[in-house]
Design a protein around this ligand. Sequence first.
Ligand SMILES: Nc1ncnc2c1ncn2[C@@H]1O[C@H](COP(=O)(O)OP(=O)(O)OP(=O)(O)O)[C@@H](O)[C@H]1O
Length: 240
Amino acid sequence: MMQLEHLAWSIQGGVEIIKDIDLVVPDGKLVVVTGPNGGGKTSLAKLIAGITPLKSGKIVFDGEDITALDVTERAQKGIAFAFQQPVRFKGLRVRDLLELAAGHPLDEGELCQWLGRVGLCANEYIDRELSASLSGGEIKRIEIASVLARKARFSIFDEPEAGIDLWSFSRLVETFEDIRRSKAGTLMIISHQERILAIADEIVVVAEGRVRAAGPKDEILPMLLADEKAVYCPLGKEEA
Ligand SMILES: Nc1ncnc2c1ncn2[C@@H]1O[C@H](COP(=O)(O)OP(=O)(O)OP(=O)(O)O)[C@@H](O)[C@H]1O
């Protein structure tokens, strides 16, 4: 279980971006974090992953206070984060990245399995370098595949729909559903996409650095869909 207690974070100059966020994410659930642009979703994810340090508050993961742990230590505890803006690793091949993520060598069948889940044909990609020759969408999907290959206890995906074609996106949605069905890990997915919201167990709406609403999908989704002004998120208005 991931427990966030009174999380706060400010940027230089003292402007508070995350303001007193309290949230509990139960094990094995698929939780979608949504809300307007600039509301603080990515900032919250970075606080959980340990990429940015908290100003105040506490993070407890499976009963252990991980507030003081850095990003590497949190990764070792089983927290994985797929960035919205993926990093390109020079000199590293796709195969290397996936093996690093999995923590052991992978045969072609396994490489194919992970890449197939994001709609990439493994043979074309496994020996390619993670360099400028790959498109932004390809890099993004490879990074998502690497987070999937980690089989982490708590995985965070930041707008996995961004830069992904519809077919690959459908494969990814199925993968998220598989993980949830098999209770293979807890998923926190930041998304504006209605198809992702529709598979959530719980939805959390973050706006202006606060949790505006949180609860079971059946409670929160109708509220979002009924919001004609789309205050929280432009549901159904974005393409995958
Ligand atoms: N390092 C930083 N320095 C300055 N401002 C920042 C920094 N990180 C985030 N912000 C600001 O904090 C606010 C929240 O940003 P964040 O990226 O967390 O929003 P978001 O909800 O993920 O938005 P989006 O849906 O557009 O991705 C924004 O106004 C952003 O400009």
